[in-house]
Design a protein around this ligand. Sequence first.
Ligand code: F6R
Length: 607
Amino acid sequence: MCGIVGMIGKGAVAPLLVEGLRRLEYRGYDSAGIATLVDGEIRRRRAEGKLVNLERLLESQPLSGTIGIGHTRWATHGVPNEKNAHPHATSRVAVVHNGIIENYAELKAELTKAGQVFESDTDTEVVAQLIDFHLAAGLAPEDAVAAALKRLHGAFALGILFAGRDDLLICAREGSPLAIGYGAGEMFLGSDALALAPLTQKISYLEDGDWAVLTADGVQVRDRAGNPVERQVRLTQFSGAMIGKGEHRHFMLKEIFEQPQVVGDTLNTMLNPASRTITLMDLPFDLGSVNRVTIVACGTSYYAGLVAKYWIERLAKVAVEVDIASEFRYRQPVVAKGDLAIFISQSGETADTLAALRWCLDRGMNTIALVNVAESTIARTAHAALLTQAGPEIGVASTKAFTCQLTVLACVAIALGRANGRLPATEEARLSQALAEVPACISEILRADDGIRRVAEDIAQARDVLYLGRGTGYPIALEGALKLKEISYIHAEGYASGELKHGPIALIDDHVPVIVVCPSDELYDKTASNVQEVIARGARVVFLSDKEGQARLVNKPLAAFTLPSVDPFVAPILYAVPVQLLAYHVAVAKGTDVDQPRNLAKSVTVE
Ligand code: F6R
């Protein structure tokens, strides 16, 4: 949610700020803006909408200056227009912010009374006005910021620029991620290392409560109490090269088609195909003594956790609870010291998931982060990090990260079962073999993409769509519905097939397509009966099953999509793919913005 950059450079920084913002646009695209110092004075360019609008503005009204800050916005307080776009500034100071200042209303009232004049509806402007107030009273920039930080409640990553000081940037972190980049006679700040990768590979990350003073020669970091602290400087793995779409029309399609490769890469980190065994990285606790697992995540990552519940309970006979992070962190869950908690997050920065992780650490739980970004805050905070090898996911709708998460979780379930002795070696070998075949099976599904595209043209006319599934097919139904609504804006809901008769069946008529996830597993007959019930009520069913499943279905559906016949254990990984493709083609048929759907951002760093 919102991306910030800042730099003290040797030449003009405006193009570099824009390049940094381009790499942060996944964090929000409601507006964008930059501020630099020109002859010591703060100059801004801001534009509503995507970054391309700011770029156009800069073409007609360029901005010089060798020091500056930039922002790409996901609106929280105040509609997405130019007036509310960052940087927020007075004549003395300009500020970019990612997060929410929770006590902004109180501060705004106080500062207005003191004579500060506000021009936007945002929470962020109070930061600029508060610092300005202290500067006007004669405090030096460092002291003005220190005084302002003491008054702020909420979450923030801040980048601050001062009039007349072309050698100084100050930044601060509380809850929202912030990286410092080290150049030769240049210094940078950014929401993540990806934004800074074309400029430097040398990165350090601020901790909560830290604030840092950057000059061209280096940085001095202070902790919450104002004591100087050192933060480890590391080399980022991010490449400076911009990621392209290849031959694909959208990042989402490219990422769907990358799945055979990235699922294979992820498997390679855990599965030994010769011995057909699974080995997780060394963990700082004994998996064999885990009595209970808590899984916490948001959105698509949460659905991966739901699949894992079925797997872990079946294979390792260990009780699993799965929670949405925003609920978990406030519901006072009952947990025990030594229990295992797994936090699933593609970005590794989701605010609620991070807060839940910290809550569990405080209670002495053993924690594992399952993330796609090795340097992310969640990866660095948990006791151990299991990494998906999905590579950068640019499309806002998560696809390849999800199937890679499932791949790791399948291995975790096997490893847990082996460690506690409840899964025999013969079963490990059988399940490992099934996993090893997944990449090839995904390739087979992708080759049949045209069939899905044809169905999608029909679904694109619908106002509501239902998804049904049982067992591990149920979370895939939920994920299918989420994918469809987020990129095509069609209302969609996923249900456990058995719940249909308890209410949702009232929605069925001949206008409502029903997408059914139904591999040939032990629950096939149950779901197939539910399909007959909805067909009898006129529903237009799209039936996802294997060859045997399609053959056994009595009344023919509107459309059938046949998947490879596999061990039911790996079915959820495969059935995720057609629901992704369906959502993609429906969105394309409707002409929506597939990679940057309205109102969304890829990294949700506010709660
Ligand atoms: C949906 C989607 C979101 C994310 C959710 C969690 O396609 O991408 O639902 O899954 O915001 O994000 P991470 O996994 O980064 O914690």
